[in-house]
Design a protein around this ligand. Structure first.
Ligand code: CTP
Length: 392
């Protein structure tokens, strides 16, 4: 097991005493633990205890460690800090560090059952989940004040297991180069109008984040993203199908894995007018011409890179068409999603896909795009290992 730097945030609740055991377990696992204890938590368990357990001097300046952590775990997480995290409030060391942290975040909520069940808390929990935060618990049981219900912090062993699970894949893709296209292209009609599509880029960005998290070098070819590109990836802007084609093909030889998650226009206006076309009352007929199919061109090359395509299909026999795409475009993996459903796919936070490989298929149940990205990257990692095993 590789040693990781882990920030342990402790917020004010009686369960803070259980955070001592969590720190002890993580230190025992060989990790470099940095405790961040709020004033509220300090009233339950003194800061010095956490410093002693993590073998640190209480006088140490922690700021230097905050930007270089592999994982951040907050246990216990009070309802108050949970709300602050959901809204990006940074008013103490724990919430400031959470806002600045770029890696995985694990939280173990602990609060009164009625506070946990409240609409406000549940809305905040949904916000954190959608952002990819991993929640452990809370469990059902008797709380310190004698009440029974859901709100007890999970046991330290369970929180530790969640942390180790997230850290396990850290180096899995070290040295692998990923080229990922994301977003939707916009094909100009004139200088202000375009023909576009509804892709937000969330899925491609989630894939870039996941590959990065596992140690890969990631280049993101970005077409009009409506979400920010992750820090730590090389971003190449490619607003149109032509720009995307050029950007991807120019970098394809250097890639071990190419993921075409972008929704590339199949057609573009044959002529883009200069300036802004004025209205004249008459109909405006636009001629569309086909664009180059980047995935197909990549599949026709005699190259080593593993090719992953997406198939956004709707209606009857959609999956059949996706299966055909795998062979037609000579890809190694096609990620199929059904665009006739409004609860998944375009612009949605969640997705549900089938991973279609040459030898097997796997359905991934509806989940946040980050979890879907993890499943796709799992499959890519498996295919890379399989290929290494075969000595190419
Ligand atoms: N794609 C591409 N270049 C294009 C169009 C699509 O590389 N000009 C890629 C997409 O990034 C995606 C895959 O091809 O990975 C499938 O795209 P999709 O739009 O689902 O299907 P099409 O290729 O357009 O096929 P069809 O229109 O026949 O369904």
């Amino acid at each position: 097991m590789l040693v990781a730097r882990i920030l342990v945030g402790v917020t004010g609740g009686i369960a803070a005493y259980k955070a001592c055991e969590l720190v002890r377990l993580l230190v025992k696992g060989g990790h470099d633990v940095v405790p961040l204890v709020t004033e509220g938590a300090d009233r339950f368990v003194r800061r010095q205890t956490f410093f002693a357990l993590s073998r640190r001097e209480p006088t140490e300046d922690l700021y230097a460690h905050l930007t270089r952590a592999d994982l951040f775990v907050i246990a216990p997480l009070t309802a108050n800090t949970l709300a602050k995290l959901a809204h990006g409030i940074a008013d103490n060391l724990v919430t400031e560090a959470a806002l600045a942290h770029r890696g995985p975040l694990v939280v173990a909520p602990a609060m009164n059952p009625r506070m946990w069940a409240s609409q406000a808390t549940q809305a905040n929990v949904a916000t954190l989940r959608a952002r990819g935060v991993e929640l452990v618990g809370p469990d059902e049981g008797e709380l310190a004040e004698g009440e029974w219900g859901v709100g007890r912090m999970s046991e330290p062993e369970e929180i530790q297991a969640a942390c180790e699970g997230l850290l396990a894949h850290r180096e899995q893709l070290a040295g692998r180069r990923f080229l990922i296209s994301a977003g939707g292209t916009r094909e100009p009609l004139d200088d202000v109008r375009f023909v576009g599509n509804r892709s937000s880029g969330r899925m491609g960005v989630a894939l870039a984040e996941e590959a990065l998290r596992r140690g890969a070098d990631v280049t993101l070819v970005a077409s009009n993203l409506s979400v920010p590109a992750p820090l730590g990836v090389d971003v190449v802007q490619a607003p149109t199908a032509a720009a995307l084609e050029e950007a991807v093909l120019a970098r394809a030889d250097d890639a071990d894995v190419i993921v075409m998650a972008a929704a590339v226009a199949d057609y573009r206006p044959a002529e883009a007018l200069a300036g802004k076309r004025a209205k004249d009352g008459a109909a405006w007929t636009i001629e569309l011409e086909p664009t180059g199919d980047v995935l197909r061109t990549l599949g026709e090359r005699d190259a080593d890179a593993l090719l992953v395509g997406f198939a956004a299909e709707a209606g009857e026999a959609a999956i059949e068409r996706a299966r055909r795409k795998l062979t037609d475009k000579n890809a190694n993996l096609i990620v199929f999603n059904d665009v006739s459903r409004s609860d998944i796919g375009f612009e949605a936070e969640e997705n549900e896909v089938v991973l279609i490989g040459r030898e097997s298929e796997r359905r991934i149940d509806k989940a946040p795009k980050r979890a879907i990205a993890a499943a796709i990257v799992d499959e890519v990692a498996r295919l890379l290992e399989e290929r290494d095993g075969r000595g190419r």
